[in-house]
Design a protein around this ligand. Structure first.
Ligand code: ATP
Ligand code: MG
Length: 628
């Protein structure tokens, strides 16, 4: 597959460039190389590439953001991306025609066109619908009635079919994604390529960088953006090696390919040697094996990279540590108790040594670090398991009685589940490194239930604390910080009411975040706000501040709140409020369901200023504002 891809594009005038390291060069904003375009950013921005304007390669990638999806048939943390690029050379027509030829020509992959469908950008306030791409697809075969009787071109918004910019401003553009239909039944009427049910798998993404997103009016303190056509238009594509190999072979997951089979086989083999103890009956063996295989591979690729990284407590080293630990944990859950990572690592190196020679050179480093980490984590794990056991055999939980037969106890427990308090579950997570889903899994197995609500609260607080700590939130001292954040909280209510007045009642909160320096508020609205409207909103909020309105709180039932026209998260999260809610009113101007706290009077707020208005995703805008 790798050879075919490179040969095809070489024949089309592309120069083969090597895979870059997994550790990005000169880029402190990301930990790992996540796509083939990543090392090419300077060239996509206009710098001349020494190899010319047509490039092709196979790039190793790590996406930690996909770790929670690992176990499904198609998402990996480590994968290889096949990519071709045009740096100001060809554009949509050639890019689509080449992709189509490579995929469907008998000389190359020979995929049946009936199994393919594509998505293109639907258009919005910033950029028009990509009819150009759609028309090219029709010409090459997709969507043409004579070739395919069904609709095969889907139009999706920015959230699905737009790339970039990498930062706030810069090159960006629509993309077109190619999907393979696995032949599975539709999950419902609405099932189409973007659906996550597994019927469709995205194999290739072609990005057309044709716009420069820039700040509209440099003089204005309010940031508005505009999308202007780029001088140099680029093509940037990425095709998943594992996914493509899997679908070509008619497999239903990437784990059946020869990039995984030897690793999965080893795990199966080892597992089959274990005499079945009841203990592990509940664990999803397929998912566990996939997680182990994926994580050990990613770990070996990071350790064995030309810039090899060792486990540590920060940055790449920390991600690596998490991957290894999670692999060890799931191995343990399968009942495999002996050290196993080294053997699996050998398997990984064997699969990849010809493609990535640094692996063989770093074999000792890989094995030594894996071994150390495995040993260390197993000790932690032992203590964690004790903590777990302590809980489910605790006399005060009620059902231990006097019998020593744990299995009987567990049976009994299953019939009347006991609750693990949130803080115990949370300790298992933070101190002992048990992944959240595993805590729940073991709990169910032992007839226990995790107190989800208090666990979630703890978890959220933990995340907030680490986020604010790293953002230097408490620089000015705790008391000071909290007073300011309360002010911003009240200002957020004023802002939302003002937005609904100026833009309309369709405005709903989509997110909110407060630091002692500013508020951030995300809300539903289809287009960028004009400078006049931004000014109007500012004026209204400042007017309400000057009116020195009292802020009052009343408790009532959710229905009463709704009846009084209070805004809040009605509908979806209703149940979480319980049967009584707090409603905060600011004079007659704003009424919102909210937990508080708030200041007593808007007169305390100072001057309100919007410093930024921007898009977050399709149909969602973001405002950042300060109190002076
Ligand atoms: P998905 O929506 O399926 O997660 P994506 O939109 O994140 O995919 P891109 O960022 O467009 O994918 O990456 C280009 C190609 O790389 C995809 O078409 C896919 O074939 C492959 N790919 C992306 N993420 C993964 C992953 N986690 N594991 C394996 N292959 C992947
Ligand atoms: Mg993805």
């Amino acid at each position: 597959m790798r050879k075919k891809f490179l040969a095809f594009f070489e024949a089309k005038g592309h120069k083969v460039i090597p895979s870059a390291s997994l550790i990005p060069e000169n880029d402190p904003t990301v930990l790992f190389t996540t796509a083939g375009m990543h090392p090419l950013v300077p060239y996509l921005l206009g710098e001349k590439h020494p190899q010319g304007a047509r490039l092709v390669n196979v790039q190793k990638c790590v996406r930690t953001g996909d770790i929670e999806s690992v176990g499904d048939p198609w998402h990996l943390t480590f994968f290889e991306m096949l990519g071709n690029w045009s740096l100001g050379d060809y554009f949509k027509k050639e890019a689509i025609e080449m992709a189509w030829e490579f995929l469907t020509s008998k000389k190359w992959l020979g995929i049946d066109p009936k199994c393919l469908s594509v998505s293109v950008f639907a258009g919005d306030c910033d950029a028009p619908r990509d009819s150009e791409a759609a028309n090219i697809w029709k010409k090459v075969g997709i969507g043409t009635l004579s070739v395919l009787p069904e609709k095969r071109i889907y139009f999706y918004p920015k959230s699905e079919n737009w790339w970039g910019p990498a930062g706030e401003i810069g090159p960006c553009g629509p993309d077109t994604e190619i999907f393979f239909d696995t032949g599975k039944d539709k999950c419902g009427e609405q099932c189409e390529p973007r659906c996550k049910c597994g019927k469709y798998v995205e194999i290739w993404n072609l990005v057309f960088m044709e716009y420069n997103k820039r700040i509209k009016n440099q003089e204005s303190r309010i940031k508005g953006y505009e999308y202007v056509p780029l001088g140099q238009k680029n093509v940037d594509t990425g095709m998943g090696l594992e996914r493509t190999v899997a679908i070509l072979n008619g497999y239903t997951s990437v784990y059946e390919t020869d990039l995984f089979a030897p690793i999965i086989d080893k795990i199966k083999n080892q597992k089959s040697k274990i005499k079945n103890t009841n203990q592990n009956s509940k664990i999803n063996e397929i998912k566990a094996s996939r997680i182990i295989a994926d994580h050990i591979k990613a770990a070996v690729m990071i350790l064995g990279d030309e810039k090899g990284i060792a486990p540590s407590n920060k940055d790449q080293g920390y991600v690596l540590r998490r991957l290894i630990r999670r692999a060890v944990l799931y191995t343990d859950r399968l009942g495999i108790k002996q050290d196993f990572m080294s053997e699996l690592a050998d398997s990984v190196i064997k699969i990849y040594q010809d493609i990535y020679p640094a692996l063989e050179q770093n074999r000792d480093f890989v094995q030594e670090n894996l071994g150390k980490e495995e040993k260390k984590f197993k000790q932690t794990l032992k203590r964690g398991s004790k903590e777990f056991k302590k809980w489910y055999t605790k006399p005060e939980v009620g059902w231990i009685a006097s019998t020593k037969d744990l299995q009987k106890l567990e049976e009994k427990a299953k019939k009347s589940p006991k609750i693990i308090p949130g803080d115990v579950a949370f300790r298992l997570y933070t101190t002992y490194g048990f992944p959240v889903e595993l805590i729940k899994e073991i709990a169910t197995e032992k007839g226990l239930q995790v107190d989800e609500k208090s666990f979630r609260e703890k978890f959220k607080k933990h995340q907030e604390l680490s986020r604010t700590a790293s953002a230097g939130m408490f620089k000015g001292g705790l008391a000071d910080a909290s007073e300011t954040t309360i002010k911003y909280h009240t200002a957020t209510h004023l802002l939302q009411a003002a937005l609904r007045q100026v833009l309309g009642k369709h405005v709903e909160q989509r997110g909110s975040n407060i630091t002692p320096e500013r508020l951030r508020f995300d809300f539903s609205h289809p287009c960028a706000m004009t400078a006049e409207r931004i000014k109007k909103v500012e004026e209204i909020v400042n007017q309400k501040i000057q009116e020195k309105l009292p802020v009052t709180c009343t408790e009532m039932t959710p229905d009463e709140a709704k009846g009084q026209g209070a805004i809040g998260l009605f509908g979806h999260k209703y149940g979480e409020y319980g049967d009584r809610v707090k409603v905060y009113s600011i004079g007659n101007f704003s009424k919102e369901i909210c937990g508080g706290p708030h200041i007593k009077n808007t007169g305390e707020l100072g001057e309100f200023e919007i410093i930024k208005e921007e898009a977050v995703s399709a149909g969602v805008r973001r405002i950042k504002a300060v109190l002076k």
